[in-house]
Design a protein around this ligand. Structure first.
Ligand SMILES: Cc1cc2nc3c(=O)[nH]c(=O)nc-3n(C[C@H](O)[C@H](O)[C@H](O)COP(=O)(O)OP(=O)(O)OC[C@H]3O[C@@H](n4cnc5c(N)ncnc54)[C@H](O)[C@@H]3O)c2cc1C
Length: 410
């Protein structure tokens, strides 16, 4: 039995049904994602080898109108829910990790815009344009020496009348050169504290990117996550009307973690598929006797199963809480969404490692049908992308609160 082609449980939740445009069934989005995945898979080797942007897959995503899938229907999108988009990340992750991660990062930016720009004509117009023209958004949170400290910024927005400027040492902006716009955190103003942040959107014509660091990385090579000096100017209305700490807690952190986890689950599923194919072939060759590494396939299946239900369950939890700020900002929810990222990255890595061990040398090789080298290199980015250590350290105080639930059903 192959790993299921989507992350979604068999039955659709009512929340998801409401999130879809009339006449557009979930199968439509899933089928469109599969078409893009086929293109992504055909170019995944070349993208990884050359460490180049997966242009063919992103063009296909544009053709299938996947970039605007989560834009609200009244602004021209599909109004897809988070589970739908997580599922697309999973489908793409099975084909090409870089394509899936680019899609995930783009959609995290779209979610921030869609959920926090009501009452801002500039951003509503941008969402409409994004949907119509299938614009691709990149994001810049990592800055200078601060690593994954997303909740502090060094560079500040400078205000002059109704205009703003920003100059930022952006250590990493994935697909910065290919994007049509960049959504970035910044200090509110020159005299604001580092944690007093805003989120602003600049379109390509608003900024220059001077590359300062290249991207020759172990994995996720197609994300082209180079470092730039980012210099932007625009209108003050390009700043989202909501404080970044609110956006971060209610959308950016949970949605990014869910979408990344969907992509990682896809990578893990692809590796497990290769291991299954290897064990099947070896069993056939030995006339029905399982190879010695078969138990590693069982382990890969077990961790993949846990990973899939972790991510699908967390996405449903987000959907249930999506319009309730009190729940979204609760310690329990914030801890859950942060731990989802940590656990998903660990389970995905464990799955790919088990797949590698099941395949033995055939998995370790870079060539051949059973190679899982690319999957392993790609998935090794998962504990680093906002370091698991940083997340666990930040959660340490929250871990002191409360106690284990009294019942298994709580
Ligand atoms: C594929 C990929 C794509 C990315 N794309 C983007 C992008 O488009 N835009 C963007 O802004 N960023 C992006 N990033 C950056 C990413 O989100 C993180 O900000 C970055 O990877 C963190 O860098 P770091 O490991 O050097 O820094 P740090 O987070 O500072 O971690 C450095 C080391 O310190 C340890 N550490 C850090 N804090 C603690 C702590 N509190 N307790 C104990 N140990 C700690 C960690 O274990 C780690 O070993 C991307 C990263 C990857 C891998």
């Amino acid at each position: 039995m192959n790993a299921s082609v989507t992350l979604r449980p068999a039955a659709r939740s009512p929340v998801l049904a409401e999130g879809l445009a009339p006449g557009r069934e979930l199968a439509d989005l899933a089928a469109r994602a599969e078409k893009v995945a086929a293109v992504a898979a055909a170019h995944a080797y070349a993208v990884d080898s050359a460490s180049r942007f997966p242009a063919e897959a992103i063009d296909a995503a544009r053709a299938e109108r996947l970039l605007g899938a989560a834009v609200p229907r009244e602004l021209g999108g599909d109004g897809a829910g988070i589970s739908d988009i997580v599922d697309v990340c999973y489908v793409l992750g099975r084909a090409c990790a870089s394509t899936a991660m680019i899609y995930a990062m783009h959609q995290a930016s779209v979610a921030c815009l869609a959920r926090h720009s009501r009452g801002s004509p500039w951003h509503q117009a941008l969402l409409r344009r994004l949907s119509k023209e299938q614009l691709l958004l990149a994001s810049s949170t990592t800055e200078g020496e601060r690593g994954g400290d997303v909740r502090n910024s060094k560079a500040a927005i400078e205000h002059r009348d109704s205009r703003i400027t920003l100059e930022r040492a952006a250590t990493v902006i994935s697909y910065g050169e290919a994007a049509d716009g960049i959504i970035t955190t910044a200090r509110r103003s020159a005299d604001a504290a580092s944690s007093d942040q805003v989120l602003a959107v600049f379109l390509k014509s608003d900024y220059t990117l001077e590359q300062e660091i290249g991207w020759d990385a172990l994995g996720m090579r197609g994300t082209c996550s180079a470092g730039f000096k980012f210099v932007a100017s625009g209108a003050a209305e390009q700043i989202l009307p909501v404080r970044y700490d609110e956006i971060h807690a209610r959308t950016m952190m949970p949605v990014a973690h869910l979408l990344w986890s969907g992509a990682w689950a896809g990578i893990a599923a692809a590796a497990a598929d290769r291991a299954r194919a290897f064990v099947r072939k070896a069993t056939r060759r030995a006339e029905g006797t399982l190879p010695p590494g078969a138990s590693h396939l069982t382990r890969a299946n077990a961790s993949l199963q846990r990973l899939r239900s972790l991510v699908a369950g967390a996405a449903q939890r987000f959907e249930l809480a999506a319009d309730d700020p009190a729940v979204l900002e609760s310690v329990d929810f914030q801890t859950g969404m942060n731990l989802c990222k940590v656990n998903a990255s660990e389970l995905a890595l464990a799955t790919v490692m088990s797949a590698m061990q099941a395949c033995g040398l055939a998995g370790y090789r870079n060539d051949g049908d059973f190679s899982v080298g690319r999957h392993l290199r790609d998935i090794l980015s998962s504990p680093i992308m906002i370091s698991n250590d940083r997340i666990l350290a930040n959660l340490a105080m929250a871990s002191l609160l409360g106690g284990a639930p009294a019942s298994l059903r709580d």
